[in-house]
Design a protein. Structure first.
Length: 176
């Protein structure tokens, strides 16, 4: 590991570096598993809703909903728009269009607000406000890419600050 050479000759510094890298690895893996779980939940719930409504190709639209759920805010909006247009083409009825698009948004909002926030807080042992502020800041700075990377970045900051004595106040601020 080349990073260990940068930490200096001290064995204790190398041990701290290895612990930090291990914690970052575990946290990012847990976060990726959480993303997989919540996106599969969105896809499953969308499939059930679209199938119940009678939307053609409900499975394909559900997979698209699960994949687009990766992109905060923008992904569910694209899903709602696309499924709403498909419902309009298929049914030609405004109430069904609103049911499909609204159902899509409701599922993404419920999973994103409750399940994702709860799981992220449990996995990272982080303050929900810190997660939200990180999402806003990195989204403002880098757009969609910032929103995608905001949670891994804030998790890395928290892990490093937990293991560096001078940064302990930052870890406390970000913690539960």
């Amino acid at each position: 590991m080349r990073a260990l050479g940068l930490t200096g000759p001290s064995l204790s510094r190398r041990k701290i570096t290895v612990n930090i890298l291990d914690d970052i690895n575990k946290s990012i893996q847990s976060y990726m598993f959480m993303l997989l779980t919540t996106n599969m939940l969105v896809a499953l719930l969308a499939w059930l809703a679209f199938r119940w409504i009678g939307l053609e190709n409900a499975g394909a639209w559900a997979v698209a909903a699960g994949l687009l759920h990766l992109i905060p805010y923008f992904g569910p909006a694209v899903t709602a728009t696309a499924t709403g247009m498909a419902a309009f083409i298929q049914f030609g009825d405004l109430s069904t269009v609103l049911l499909v698009a609204g159902g899509s948004l409701a599922i993404a909002t419920a999973v994103g607000t409750f399940v994702t926030t709860w799981m992220t807080g449990k996995i990272a042992k982080m303050n929900t406000a810190a997660i939200f502020i990180s999402l806003l800041f990195w989204g403002w700075l880098w757009g969609v890419w910032g929103m995608l990377l905001s949670i891994p970045i804030i998790v890395i900051v928290k892990v490093v600050s937990q293991n560096v004595v001078q940064l302990q106040p930052v870890a406390e601020l970000l913690g539960e």
